[in-house]
Design a protein around this ligand. Structure first.
Ligand SMILES: [Zn+2]
Length: 280
């Protein structure tokens, strides 16, 4: 994994049309994607953001017992992943109780056990897609309910359009506790070129080629979109959909990895200010 992550200034050079990138904003306070020369500092940054992602999941009510796992690839050893400890509430994950595991789910650093069945699913995706640096999975109320329908999200809003042609439904072999191990390769195949998956009868997954920040935000967004679509569907009235070309345009401009990263920054700042025990 490269220590250098794409900086927003590149968007300016590329002439991105979204107004927040316009040159007149330069010099004003604005989140910047960090760049690291030192691998230890990079690792510490990734661990802190992973903890923040777990705390954000707690705030969102994404916990379900010990279910749910978030992973981020180690910056020095790409075959190793940092993840949340088994049977620790998302609200109590901190830098000091994170664990590091290999593809097989063997813990190589940390004091806690790992949810191996769930982790193997992540590991299969990470192994098949070296460019995927972070993943999130949880058994959320609305995402899991929507997943039972076995269908994709419709572009009912600009927010939902962020997932237009950028998510997949993994249709079978889910819904059983032990299936996550067997489903690993199938899930890995499904994640080619998309940022999210709806695993039928199971839950939601997101992956990022950019950051844990982006993976976490797109997970929050995906759950929200599932909730909105369930609400619309419950009316029994067919919604007006965003036109395909506009949905595609929206996805390119508000559904990118960088935009996901940027959306996570206020969440990070709020958690940093209110939950200093994250860094213990
Ligand atoms: Zn699961």
């Amino acid at each position: 994994m490269s220590a250098v992550i794409e900086r927003p200034v590149k968007k300016l050079v590329d002439g991105d049309r979204v107004s927040i990138y316009q040159p007149e904003q330069q010099g004003l306070i604005y989140p910047e994607v960090p760049v690291f020369d030192d691998v230890k500092a990079h690792r510490q940054h990734l661990k802190e953001r992973l903890v923040a992602a777990c705390r954000a999941f707690a705030q969102q009510g994404f916990d379900y017992g010990f279910a749910g796992h978030l992973t981020v690839r180690d910056p020095e050893n790409p075959g190793l992943y940092w993840t949340n400890p088994m049977a620790v509430h998302f609200a109590q994950v901190k830098v000091s109780n994170l664990i590091c595991a290999d593809h097989e789910g063997i813990v190589v650093e940390g004091r806690h056990a790992i949810n191996r069945a769930g982790f193997v699913l992540h590991a299969a995706v990470h192994e098949a897609h070296p460019e995927i640096v972070a993943m999130c999975h949880a058994h959320t109320v609305y995402g899991t309910a929507f997943a039972a329908l076995g269908k994709k999200l419709d572009p009912i809003t600009q927010d939902a359009a962020a997932f237009f042609e950028d998510h997949v439904v993994i249709g079978d072999e889910a819904g059983q506790v032990a299936v996550e191990v067997k489903a690993g390769h199938k899930v890995a195949n499904a994640f080619a070129g998309v940022k999210a998956a709806i695993h039928q009868n199971h839950g939601l997954l997101t992956a990022s080629r950019h950051s844990i920040d982006a993976a976490a935000f797109w997970f929050i967004a995906l759950e929200r979109c599932c909730r909105q679509q369930l609400a619309i569907d419950a009316t029994g009235i067919a919604p007006r959909l965003v036109r395909e070309d506009r949905a595609r345009y929206s996805r390119e401009h508000v559904g990118s990895e960088y935009i996901g990263w940027l959306h996570f920054q206020p969440i990070w700042e709020q958690l940093k200010a209110t939950q200093p025990d994250m860094f213990c």
